[in-house]
Ligand binder design. Structure first.
Ligand code: SAH
Length: 252
């Protein structure tokens, strides 16, 4: 059996209980060394075979899984955050399915949730934004044309932008082309939930300068939108004048 496990955003106690159990029982661990906190590997049992996938190809990763499977071993494929977000797990799952190797997925706390915690922010404020757009700038990995940043920015929804720390000037330009102003609040969260986490509040126009001044070049998320501002409506759910399925209004 192969288990794809989300390691969470960084802090070792932000992996799920299930993920932790699977790690401690695994015979083989293949972890994404560029981003997964190596502290997680301390959970590995004695004799566990450990591979860092940073220098491996897809075929090599699958090769390790196939060998483990043939020996009746359990493999944990440890991905950063949640494996469904930029985790490149689909291609692994399809190759495993073709080999008739059983697999399961254990979710993790994505870094965009870790970043919200670091910011002490709520992405979905009534009348500010009820939508979170998870996206990235096109780099060496292309992004479908219909998802070009300015088109997404035209919604003025909350945006969590991954994998784009090296492209902040064109990012600002595309965000502004889409309708955000240069003054729209933005934040850069570096290594959310890691011991060396850093949070920078800035604006859409100030992203590049803020990153440069603080030497942030990778492992950061860019958060954009008025959820970072001070104006919002209180929720209906907890409004004393609002009646719903579980509660009568206490103020008429
Ligand atoms: N599956 C992961 C994302 C992997 S893509 C998840 O759910 O979070 C890698 C990108 O994620 C990085 O370039 C960075 O933009 C972001 N990232 C991952 N961990 C991060 C963290 N702890 N803090 C800030 N950004 C992070």
């Amino acid at each position: 059996m192969v288990h794809f496990v989300g390691a969470g955003p960084g802090a070792t106690d932000l992996i799920t209980v299930r993920g932790r159990d699977l790690l401690s029982e695994a015979d083989v661990i293949i972890y994404a060394g560029s981003l997964v906190n190596p502290e997680h590997l301390k959970l590995a049992k004695e004799g566990c075979e450990i591979h860092d996938s940073a220098s491996m190809t897809l075929e090599e990763v699958i090769g390790v899984m196939k060998k483990a499977e043939a020996e009746g071993k359990t493999t944990v494929r440890l991905h950063t955050g949640d494996p469904s977000i930029y985790g490149a797990i689909r291609e692994q799952m399809d190759l495993l399915a073709a080999e008739k190797i059983a697999f399961q997925v254990t979710p993790g706390v994505s870094s965009f949730c870790g970043a919200a915690a670091a910011l002490k922010a709520e992405y979905t404020l009534p009348d500010v934004s009820q939508t979170v757009i998870i996206t990235r700038m096109a780099g060496r990995t292309p992004v479908p044309e219909k998802e070009e940043i300015s088109l997404l920015a035209s919604h003025q929804a909350t945006m969590a932008i991954f994998l784009s720390t090296g492209l902040l000037e064109p990012l600002s330009e595309r965000l502004i082309a889409g309708g955000y102003t240069a003054e729209t609040p933005a934040a850069i969260v570096y290594k959310a939930t890691w011991p060396d986490e850093q949070v920078f509040y800035t604006t859409v126009g100030g992203l590049q300068r803020t990153a440069a001044e603080n030497h942030i070049t990778k492992t950061a998320l860019i958060l954009v939108g008025n959820f970072l501002g001070d104006v919002y409506q209180r929720s209906k759910l907890y409004d004393p004048a609002f009646t719903h399925e579980f509660r009568e209004a206490v103020i008429k």
